[in-house]
Design a protein around this ligand. Structure first.
Ligand code: UDP
Length: 194
């Protein structure tokens, strides 16, 4: 994979569709993947927070989430094809999960938003399997919560805690899982909940 480096963050040179194909391939082969969709704010924060930079550097794929990143790449004469946002990836992964009856897990947002998100996803994607959910205001050191997620064996874990929390949670817990796509998707549940 070709990488474009901007302020210490290595972005993958990919379109949305190419990335989704790679992620589908990873699911088919039971691979574990960590996806970060980085906007300029995330890049700036990572440059101020060394631990956060390390978390992001652990990601398998960092996509350009924001026209600011696409513009910066262009200025550096290493252009990226398009903006690839967390929300767009989430919609594509939901479609994929629906087509293949994959298991998905939702982590993040308030209980009310989470509930509405699940209702809307169940309505629009009848064939995917929601194997669990957890609101975004929980104690990370609670092993029962972590174990519950691991035991559900999700193919895709959507983590909507906002940046930087979502990347920090994934970075800290992904080693406990055997497989799965882990992606931080910010306020996407708020959008899907309507
Ligand atoms: N959130 C959460 N736990 C927290 C803080 C925030 O689950 O401890 C949720 C919040 O309810 C919202 C999302 O994370 O649904 C943050 O959305 P925002 O648009 O602020 O994130 P960004 O897109 O800027 O990363």
């Amino acid at each position: 994979k070709k990488l474009i480096k901007i302020l210490g963050v290595s972005f993958i040179d990919t379109t949305l569709q190419q990335l989704v194909e790679r992620l589908h391939d990873s699911i088919i082969h039971n691979k574990k993947r960590f996806v970060v969709t980085a906007n300029p704010e995330i890049v700036m924060n990572a440059n101020k927070d060394e631990e956060y930079m390390k978390d992001i550097q652990k990601a398998d794929y960092v996509t350009a989430d924001g026209i600011g990143i696409v513009k910066a790449a262009q200025l550096l004469k290493t252009p990226l094809p398009e903006r690839v946002s967390g929300y767009e990836i989430m919609l594509e992964l939901l479609k994929l999960a629906n087509q293949n009856s994959y298991k998905v897990y939702f982590i993040g947002a308030t209980e009310d938003t989470l509930h509405k998100t699940i209702q809307n996803v169940e309505r629009d994607y009848e064939n995917l399997e929601i194997v669990g959910s957890q609101n975004g205001f929980f104690d990370w050191s609670d092993d029962q919560i972590t174990q519950k997620i691991i035991k559900a064996e999700p193919h895709i874990v959507f983590v909507a805690l906002g940046a930087p929390l979502q990347e920090k949670w994934i970075s800290k817990h992904i080693h406990l899982f055997d497989k799965g796509i882990f992606i931080g998707i910010g306020g996407s549940f708020d959008v899907i909940a309507g």
